[in-house]
Design a protein around this ligand. Structure first.
Ligand SMILES: C[S@@+](CC[C@H](N)C(=O)[O-])C[C@H]1O[C@@H](n2cnc3c(N)ncnc32)[C@H](O)[C@@H]1O
Length: 272
């Protein structure tokens, strides 16, 4: 398969994953990721009147919070590859009453946003899934005004981040994704991506915080978290994957478990 065909298949695969889990995401993941979203928005330090890009908006949690902070004189553009995620974001926006958010289908590698249009770019837990991060870095630079700010959240490595440990353990039983180097732990070592950002003039520092969430039992955790990695597996491989996760993460029964997730916040600015 040539590079273009692999990239096309990779994007189709990504869109399929996020479309498929969108309802479950809204119900079970959104509340658990709320502290990450709060931390991204707080670090964004948004001001009334600003133009904000929410990259990989998902069900729109960041976009709604940002809309309130920039107020009616400001504008939020919320971009995602998944039409089903955007449908849920649209519903959430209607319920919130904000009219200053523009939802657009698009991808980090080719943003549907004008040059120098953004004061602040926020990306909560989305950059790990971008297939071509060098292209994304160039696009981030293109859409930011000089001096514009970036705040992104990415997970740390499996030893410090239970959600990555879960996904990597289960993922060993799944076929490799069409494009390598993509997934929850893909930016656990953010250094290569930080270098790509530096190359385009965006200087970034990393701030870490241990955040977390709870599951009442293994079964719900499996239902919610395995969708990204193992949903396509044959039943016997599913069973093997479950047993591997249980052995490592639920060694004593299948009851409640706290997930400790070291979260890395990439906080930066495009040179003025
Ligand atoms: C883990 S969810 C995070 C959603 C939301 N930002 C939040 O914090 O709840 C990742 C989101 O990134 C989107 N995504 C994945 N690859 C993308 C890309 N290349 N460009 C834009 N969005 C992408 C997915 O469709 C999904 O909605």
């Amino acid at each position: 398969m040539d590079t273009d065909a692999r990239a096309t298949r990779g994007l189709e695969w990504q869109v399929g994953v996020w479309d498929r889990i969108s309802q479950l995401y809204l119900r079970e993941v959104d509340p658990r990721f709320a502290t990450v979203v709060e931390n991204v928005v707080r670090r964004g330090d948004l001001k009334p009147g600003q133009q904000v890009l929410d990259l990989g908006t998902g069900t729109g949690a960041v976009a709604v919070a940002a809309a309130g902070l920039v107020g009616p004189a400001g504008q939020v553009t919320a971009v995602d590859i998944s039409p089903d995620m955007l449908t849920l974001a649209r519903r959430r926006l209607v319920e919130s009453g904000y009219t200053n958010v523009d939802l657009r289908v698009g991808r980090a590698e080719q943003l549907p946003v004008d040059d120098r249009a953004c004061d602040v770019l926020l990306a909560s837990l989305s950059l790990m899934y971008v297939l071509d991060r060098a292209a994304a870095a160039r696009e981030m630079k293109r859409v930011l005004r000089p001096g514009g700010r970036v705040v992104a959240a990415v997970w740390a490595r499996a030893e410090r981040c239970d959600i990555v440990l879960f996904q990597q353990t289960a993922g060993k039983f799944a076929p490799p994704p069409p494009v390598p180097g993509v997934g929850p732990g893909a930016l656990a070592d953010p250094a290569p991506f930080l270098a790509q950002l530096t190359d385009v003039g965006i200087d970034v520092r990393v701030e870490t915080e241990e955040l977390g969430f709870d599951f009442p039992d293994f079964d719900l955790a499996w239902e919610v978290l395995a969708g990204v990695t193992t949903a396509q597996l044959a039943p016997e491989r599913q069973q093997e994957a479950k047993e591997a996760v249980q052995a490592i993460m639920w060694p004593q029964g299948r009851g409640p478990r706290h997930f400790r997730n070291m979260t890395q916040f990439l906080v930066g600015r495009l040179a003025a």
